[in-house]
Design a binder for this molecule. Structure first.
Ligand code: ZN
Length: 1011
């Protein structure tokens, strides 16, 4: 599934893929896949495999039988039936129980606990290999570790060859990260059994030659919810069942977009396992299209930071996989498709960014274990150049069929991997070596995060992301200077003024820069330089790229999105700077100076909000103007804290990574109180993922809040009694106002409960529950939100919920335009501060990078109901046809001339002044105090793109990006951007947090227009 829905676009293909030819690599006497006739089979189990497979060609000679074992239990020992049997979907606990039975019964299986989920459930990895291999895991890991870090063998290729000849590679398989894709756990239970028990030469070669590592359930919290839903469905076979609205505690499908930020436990646990085992492959199992799409070799554009050795491996392994399964007569196996390999956010990409091989299967699934007749989309069964043996238009499909495909694909992959392991292990070494050689090859030499960045806390958070990615970080012990290459002058067809030309001349010269001691250096001469480079560099997706439907975000530059200074340094001298390795980057702060008043500079760091809530009893105020005190300069919005013991304050500031100055004298600067607002976060029952990223961020910041649904809002007619601020984060999928209000149709069908029952003990967790997911906010809820704001509450909305707020009349002076050509797909764009005096802008600089995904285009009007009448773009300056030259006034024969008054020009982020004509009986003129206050606007068109794809950007350029709209006694704060997204946009979190902290003083510093 992707952002545009799954559809295959048949398009002309100008590029022929260069297929790596495999025969040269493989020995001539390949082992044929066939069972060992001497080993008895498990007759009962084998008969059931046959029974549950809906057509003989949906199976292969590798898995159409189960070898018997006297002492090793088959999966039915736990499942009560064979893997993939209809009606059977095991909980993670049962899968683990079986894996541990295997471990007990066979010396060829070992089970490892690899960490816990957000809700405290265990994650495991199961190693299956020969007894001999498992006995010598440590020695083998030591060999692999040297290949993974060639610095340990001084980049000696001969030594690497010796290690390659002795090492056993690790092939890591992960299942069911996407909870409605249910087949992998049973397939992996049976696969583990086969690898441990089967004596056929084909399987024995895999067992002796490879260590197969299996995490059968990646999203454990979501798996248990999915099994609950399926059990509910079995118990109520005639009723519709609730859709799986929560997977993990925070996010659903996006759990497979976290491999950049590593904010979820499942990503961290799989990443640590992959890197800890020094694995060569990470193969992630998904289900969507028929019957097996190996998207290892997807469509372009490929991620620019991966080693071409890897992209060759994708093609080689992918096409060989197709060939093997085609030879078994299995239809519908293919490897080319719509998936582009640009974003490194997918779980499998952990391998791509850590010198391994990333792989992913999409097999066909029914979202449960029912056997069903499925009608395919023509795009799914059409024969194309890359799918010569397509699926059938109609298919009776079972979970067993799915398990057959998954196991067959994996076994042929493992076998091929084993046959070519010397080549692939050598590649692993070469990719690691080439990562280390980055400074002298493609560059850069390093990234530098300066020690004098005003946002040291955000800098720490960025460095912690890199540490979770196993990137080595160093800190300069002395100041150092590096050279930067001259900037290339921007091409411009327009005449430049003298000032511009001068600036360009200056840019053309090489510049040097000194960095202070304490600056952080990310050296690129390390094995995991690739992931650091991919996260910190800028991305450019050409509007002319043949790929017109990017699969996911196109830009993500972390320094930009964290609002932290990051310098890409190509000068190799940087590596000679005096520096030391930092083992753990920790927030550091505290208080300096004497006095009982503490001042903290405001640099828009999220930790300020953490501190406010942590020191609940302290009095805090925000300065409304910049000031100087204790020999330091403080920005507007800086916090002045009183009434807290120094030791308590010092500890809290240190934990939060904030630096404070103690002052003895009172300040004369104008301030307002900063109170701990009572916050609610509203979700719909339509989708919870996009708000889930907000929840995760706010939980991490330790800000307390009530998590309520739109249904709860509909029932509460006095929201002000409980809340000061209501956050209504994006719903996702561009939900319309109508769906938010109406929810899902209730005119037919049965209620869809989301609550814990005997069949569904795991559904709710610590999230929300309801007797029926279908009803939405309702018109009562609309009235409650309107009254909440009218009575003084603050409502915060973003992207689709901003559209919703406008549609219910909460901001009459703002309208949303329709984009014609704009295509900004998950990109980083530039924004500019318009009103630095607004509390929402506290701590921000003039220019800010923000995340935009075709956000709503806000326009302003001073006339109520006057939307649409605003002239967009520049005013006409041409004179009418008449006498004289272009600059002369025209004349009218027979009367004196009249000079027309000059039309006022305003910028797109400004309100057009009210004309004299509009003021005549001007009951529709919106008084200045009621108009929206523009906090942030999108940059000019030419400056808009920071990273990713920006096409037709002039449609949104200069338009407001963040608006504070006064409404009654309260405010609606409208975001066109999504300020809280995937743990990546921490630089814009404070736009929301400032709103929370200053909820009852948002008008501070406001200057009103005269008319
Ligand atoms: Zn999936």
């Amino acid at each position: 599934m992707n952002r545009i829905g799954w559809s295959f676009l048949v398009r002309d293909c100008f590029l022929l893929l260069l297929l790596a030819v495999t025969p040269a690599l493989a020995p001539a006497d390949e082992t044929a896949p066939a069972r060992d006739p001497k080993q008895p089979i498990n007759e009962g189990y084998t008969a059931k495999i046959k029974k549950y497979t809906t057509a003989p060609y949906f199976n292969s000679p590798l898995v159409d039988y189960l070898p018997a074992s006297k002492n090793v239990p088959a999966p039915d020992a736990v499942l009560g039936d064979v893997a993939g049997a209809p009606g059977i979907l095991p909980y993670a606990e049962d899968v683990y129980k079986y894996m541990r039975l295997l471990e007990k019964a066979s010396p060829r299986v070992k089970v490892y606990s690899i960490g816990a989920t957000e809700e405290g459930r265990e994650m495991i990895a199961v190693a299956v290999s020969s007894e001999e291999n498992l006995k010598h895991l440590d020695e083998n890991r030591a060999r692999l570790a040297k290949l993974a870090d060639p610095r340990t063998i001084k980049l000696d290729d001969a030594e690497a060859d010796r290690l390659v000849s002795q090492a056993t590679p690790i092939y890591y398989i992960t299942g069911t990260i996407h909870s409605p894709e249910t087949g992998a756990p049973t397939a992996l239970m049976e696969l583990a059994y086969r690898l441990a028990v089967d004596e056929s030469p084909y399987i024995r070669e895999i067992r002796d030659g490879v260590i197969t590592l299996i995490t059968p359930v990646v999203e454990v919290d979501g798996r248990d919810r999915m099994v609950d839903i399926y059990r509910w469905h079995l118990a109520h076979p005639k009723e519709f069942y609730p859709p799986l609205i929560y997977w993990g505690k925070y996010v659903a499908h996006d759990n497979n977009r976290d491999a950049m930020g590593v904010t979820l436990k499942l990503t961290e646990n799989v990443l640590n396992t992959y890197v800890g085992w020094k694995a060569q492959v990470l193969h992630d199992l998904h289900e969507s299209v028929p019957y097996l799409y190996d998207n290892t070799a997807g469509d372009g554009p490929f991620n620019a930071w991966v080693d071409p050795i890897l992209t060759d491996e994708w093609e080689m392994i992918g096409w060989r996989n197709v060939a093997d399964m085609t030879k078994f007569g299995m239809p519908g196996v293919f490897t080319h498709g719509v998936f582009d390999t640009w974003s490194p956010g997918y779980l499998m990409f952990i391998a791509a960014m850590h010198n391994g091989i990333s792989r992913l299967y999409e097999t066909f699934g029914n979202g449960g274990a029912d056997t069903e007749e499925r009608t395919l989309d023509p795009a799914d069964y059409s024969r194309t150049w890359w799918r010569q043996n397509p699926p059938f238009p109609k298919t009776l499909w079972s979970q067993r069929d799915n398990n057959n495909y998954e196991q067959t694909g994996l076994l042929t992959s493992l076998h091929f991997f084993n046959e070519n392991k010397r080549l692939l292990l050598k590649n692993f070494y070469l990719k690691s070596k080439r990562s280390i050689s980055k400074p002298t090859e493609e560059g850069p030499a390093a990234y530098v995060l300066p020690g004098d960045d005003p946002r040291l806390e955000l800098q720490t958070e960025l460095l912690q992301v890199l540490q979770r990615q196993h990137v080595e970080i160093s800190r300069a012990t002395l100041p150092f200077t590096v050279a930067f290459p001259p900037k290339k002058a921007k091409k411009s067809s327009k005449k430049e003024d003298a000032k511009d030309a001068k600036e360009k001349e200056k840019d053309a010269e090489p510049a040097t820069r000194e960095f202070p001691a304490g600056s952080f250096v990310i050296r690129m001469d390390q094995p995991y330089s690739r992931i650091a480079d991919a996260l910190l560099d800028h991305q450019y997706w050409s509007p002319d790229d043949p790929q017109k439907t990017p699969y996911d975000d196109t830009g993500w530059t972390f320094g930009e999105l964290f609002n932290v200074k990051v310098f890409r340094v190509t000068d190799p001298k940087v590596l000679e700077a005096a520096m030391e390795r930092v083992n753990e980057v920790k927030p550091a702060g505290g208080v300096q100076g004497e006095g009982s008043i503490f001042a903290i500079n405001n640099n828009a760091e999220p930790a300020l909000a953490t501190l406010r809530y942590k020191l609940r009893d302290a009095s805090m105020e925000a300065a409304e103007e910049p000031f100087e005190a204790g020999g330091k300069k403080f920005n507007r919005g800086s916090l002045i804290v009183r009434g807290v013991r120094r030791s308590d304050f010092d500890r809290a500031a240190n934990e939060a990574g904030l630096h404070a100055t103690a002052l003895s004298a009172a300040l004369s600067v104008r301030t307002h109180p900063v109170r701990a607002a009572r916050v609610a976060l509203v979700h719909t029952w339509l989708s919870t993922q996009t708000e889930g990223w907000w929840r995760l961020a706010i939980d991490n910041l330790k800000i307390p809040y009530d998590y309520i649904s739109t249904q709860t809002v509909g029932r509460n007619d006095d929201l002000n009694a409980k809340y000061d601020v209501i956050l209504f984060p994006p719903v996702g999928f561009n939900s319309s106002s109508t769906t938010i209000i109406n929810g899902t149709a209730t005119g037919w069908g049965n209620p869809l409960p989301w609550k814990n029952t005997t069949e569904t003990p795991n559904l709710v967790g610590k999230n929300d529950s309801t007797d029926d997911m279908r009803p939405g906010l309702g018109w009562e809820g609309v009235a409650h939100l309107q009254s909440f704001v009218a009575k003084g509450g603050v409502l915060v909305t973003a992207t689709d919920t901003s559209r919703f707020a406008l549609s219910i009349g909460l901001a009459d002076s703002v309208s949303v335009g329709t984009a014609q050509k704009m295509n900004i797909v998950g990109s980083v764009v530039s924004a500019r501060l318009v009103d630095a005096a607004s509390p929402i802008a506290y701590g921000y600089d003039e220019i800010l990078s923000v995340y935009c995904d075709n956000g709503p285009i806000f326009s302003l009007s001073s006339i109520a109901g006057g939307r649409g009448f605003r002239r967009l773009g520049g005013h006409s300056t041409s004179r009418p046809t008449g006498r004289g030259t272009v600059d002369d006034p025209d004349f009218t024969v027979g009367r004196p001339g009249a000079e027309a008054p000059e039309e006022p020009t305003v910028e797109l982020w400004e309100y057009p002044p009210v004309s004299d004509e509009q003021k005549r009986n001007g009951y529709r003129v919106i008084p200045p105090a009621t108009r929206a206050r523009v906090i942030l606007r999108y940059a000019d068109s030419k400056d808009l793109l920071i990273s990713g794809l920006v096409e037709g950007g002039d449609e949104i350029a200069q338009h407001p990006a963040v608006l504070d709209v006064p409404a009654g006694k309260g405010h609606v704060v409208l975001f066109s951007i999504n300020p809280v997204y995937r743990g990546e946009t921490r630089g814009t979190y404070s736009l929301v947090l400032n709103t929370i902290l200053n909820f009852d003083s948002l008008d501070a510093g406001r200057k009103l227009a005269e008319k």
